[in-house]
Design a protein around this ligand. Structure first.
Ligand SMILES: [Cu+2]
Length: 702
């Protein structure tokens, strides 16, 4: 990957006009050059705006040069942590098939980069060779297997069955049971009872069901079928066929049980929200121009980004989305390490309805499905006009590489934020505007879409944000609204969001894995406990509070719950590196709005999502500890992931440590959630804390 050429782009006239030009321009290119245009690994929007300043011919030449460069780059990994490339996926495909392990009925549920050992990556320098391995998860017969493929050597270097594990469910499997389910006479009878004779528009989605320890769940791959009707709407989640579910045995290809709790008409409330379907549109606001006449101020080298003293590598992972690695900050003439790696680790969305056709809906969206990252980003809507886009390559259930255009975007944002300011004694204000660099991807998991942002700031801080949008998962009910639900039965576990439509209560949790390497690998975790200090009886002031730093020596001492009554500041430090005033260099993990699970400790979904018991955990780095609820949360047993790993109560002081921060919120749906939810943001920050000797943004030019 070359540094992106700086087009003479005056980004933006009016957005809509620009987009139309871009679309026409793209179509012209596709007509002229066939599929080649679609193969570039990155593209940039705002291309149309270039047209204002240069001739169409000149732009065509520029694009062609870039397409050739990006295409070449996407074929060959340049960095040990680059995502697998299309040729590498094909090598894996051929190697697995040439081995004597694979049976005809095998389904490949995941192919991912198997990261090289951390010390190898840290010792690597550009130009040196590096290892390329893939982790392949295979569902074969009743069992889940893991293979490690040496991509460079074209060989399977390990193949093992994972006892008791159920591989993730891909969309191919979730929707692949549709015909078999519809062929079941009991299902047909249940649908007929509801007056549904034409099954063509009926969707049977076999999603995860969890694990309640019942005999029928054990040793079987099972799916819970949600019935939806796509008739008349774009979004079938708005049309639940209520009161019916099937527990499906994926191995035996048959229903273990068909549950019918009674007929509820399919809700018919308006549910479309596309252009022209939402009613009259408001007045278009006057244009705002975002202009970067000299192009972006970040530099790209493959998947390495450098911008305003930051530099980092990133890739788009199929399971967890963006993986930011080797995050460094240039401090004077020193390039200082902040994070070795950071990414989402797991999500958990338990619905709160005990109904026999609903209680199984407790989704671990990353680990149970691993099919949501990423969706194609809509230029000008999902990302601003000055964004650069990145393509994602991943493998389908056969291991065949797939392309996802515009799977991530990178852009600079100057949104009126203030880096710092002060009005001095002479009433003169000294102030600096701040600019952010945003790396974004959006995952879609059934009804929900999650926007995931890494926001890099000029003062050395980083915000990690998740925006939840999409649809509530809804239940069809007989009453039209709250007025008709006189005894409250229909809305006991949710609220009306539309006629005959209940948005069922639920939680969202997002666990992030943050492998800090502050000025080196060996770090510690400090809890600054703020506590009340009572002053002497003869004092006029009776109390103050003091901050008492406590270094967590073991994993047990670093399991933390947020509390407003017993506040703490959480810091990662490097005890061996001191700042100008004698304090160890550090970063604060500053939580934002958050929630903790209020499910009872003996509730199986809570036990399977044990990571939600604390907002923060700290573990010593271990190569195979990547996912907070374990590698295989589909039908998992209680206590996997963080609770299991930390049982050993390992030492975490002055060693290579990983922080696990979970943020979440309780969601009681309401009318404004429908028919599509306004994006709800939650975030946390990583902030330098004695890492620099002064405000790191003091050098911002005016
Ligand atoms: Cu929600």
């Amino acid at each position: 990957m070359r540094e992106r050429a700086k087009p003479p782009n005056e980004i933006l006239t009016q957005r809509k006009i620009g987009r139309n030009i871009a679309q026409n321009f793209g179509a012209a290119l596709r007509r002229a050059f066939g599929g080649a245009f679609m193969l570039h690994s990155q593209t940039f929007v705002g291309l149309a705006r270039v047209i204002k300043l240069v001739t169409r011919a000149a732009v065509t030449c520029l694009v062609l040069v870039l397409v050739v460069a990006w295409r070449a780059a996407s074929q060959t990994p340049k960095d040990p942590l680059d995502a697998l490339t299309a040729p590498e996926y094909w090598t894996i495909y051929d190697t697995i098939r040439a081995s004597d392990h694979l049976q005809a009925n095998a389904r490949i549920t995941m192919v991912n980069l198997h990261e090289p050992p951390k010390d190898e990556v840290l010792a690597w320098r550009p130009g040196m060779a590096f290892r390329r391995e893939a982790l392949v998860v295979i569902l074969q017969g009743m069992h889940t297997y893991e293979a490690i493929v040496d991509v460079t050597g074209h060989k399977v270097i390990s193949w093992k069955m994972i006892p008791g594990a159920q591989a993730n469910l891909l969309d191919a499997e979730i929707l692949g049971i549709d015909a078999e389910v519809k062929a079941d006479p009991q299902v047909q009878a249940a649908l007929k009872k509801r007056g549904i004779m034409d099954l063509t528009t009926v969707i049977c989605a076999g999603v995860s069901v969890g694990n309640y320890g019942t005999p029928e769940e054990q040793g079987r791959r099972i799916q819970g079928v949600i019935f939806l009707d796509r008739h008349g709407v774009w979004e079938s989640f708005a049309r639940p066929i209520e009161g019916l579910t099937v527990i499906w045995d994926a191995d035996a290809h048959k229903a273990l049980s068909v549950l019918d709790t009674g007929v509820v008409p399919v809700p018919q409330a308006p549910a479309n929200f596309g252009a022209g379907e939402a009613g009259p549109l408001r007045e278009i606001p006057t244009p705002i121009s975002v202009t970067q006449p000299l192009g972006p101020s970040f530099k790209l080298n493959g998947n390495k980004v450098s911008w305003q003293k930051w530099n980092f590598h990133f890739r788009i992972d199929r399971r967890v989305g963006l993986v930011v690695s080797r995050l460094q900050y240039a401090d004077g003439d020193k390039v200082r390490s902040v994070l070795y790696e950071g990414s989402l680790s797991e999500m958990f969305v338990p619905y709160q309805d005990p109904d026999s056709v609903w209680y199984t809906r407790t989704y671990f969206d990353a680990g149970e499905f691993a099919d949501g990252f990423s969706t194609p980003l809509e230029p000008g809507e999902d990302c601003p006009d000055n964004a650069v886009y990145f393509e994602q390559i991943f493998a389908n259930e056969h291991g065949i590489p797939q392309r996802r255009p515009r799977a991530a975007c990178l852009f600079e944002q100057e949104a009126g934020d203030i880096a710092w300011r002060h009005m001095g004694d002479d009433n003169v204000v000294v102030s600096r505007a701040s600019r952010n660099l945003v790396l974004r991807t959006i995952g879609a998991f059934g009804n929900y879409d999650y926007v995931l942002d890494w926001v890099f700031r000029q003062d050395g801080s980083i915000k990690v944000r998740v925006g939840a949008t999409g649809l509530d998962e809804v239940k069809g009910v007989l009453p039209r609204g709250a007025d008709e639900d006189r005894d409250g039965t229909a809305s006991e576990y949710g609220r009306f969001v539309a006629e005959n439509t209940i948005g069922v209560n639920h939680d969202h949790y997002f666990s992030f894995r943050l492998d800090f390497d502050l000025d080196g690998v060996n770090n510690s975790f400090v809890r600054d406990r703020l506590s009340t200090k009572t002053l002497a009886a003869n004092s006029l002031r009776k109390s103050v509070w003091v901050a008492q730093p406590v270094v967590a020596k073991t994993e047990e001492q670093a399991k933390v719950k947020m509390s407003m009554e017993a506040p703490e500041i959480w810091r990662v430090i490097n005890p061996s590196v001191k700042g100008a005033y004698g304090y160890p260099v550090g970063y604060e993990i500053m939580p934002g709005d958050n929630a903790m699970s209020i499910l009872s400790p003996d509730d199986p979904p809570r036990q399977r999502a044990g990571f939600t018991d604390y907002q923060l955990w700290v573990t010593p780095y271990a190569t195979d500890e990547r996912y907070a609820a374990g590698d295989y949360p589909n039908q998992s047993k209680p206590g996997e992931g963080l609770p299991a790993w930390t049982k050993a109560n390992r030492g975490i002081e002055n060693t290579d440590i990983v922080l696990w921060y979970t943020m979440g919120f309780h969601h009681v749906p309401h009318a404004e959630d429908w028919p599509v939810m306004p994006t709800v943001w939650h975030e946390f920050e990583l902030r330098p804390y004695n890492f620099f000797d002064r405000n790191a943004a003091l050098d911002l030019p005016q």
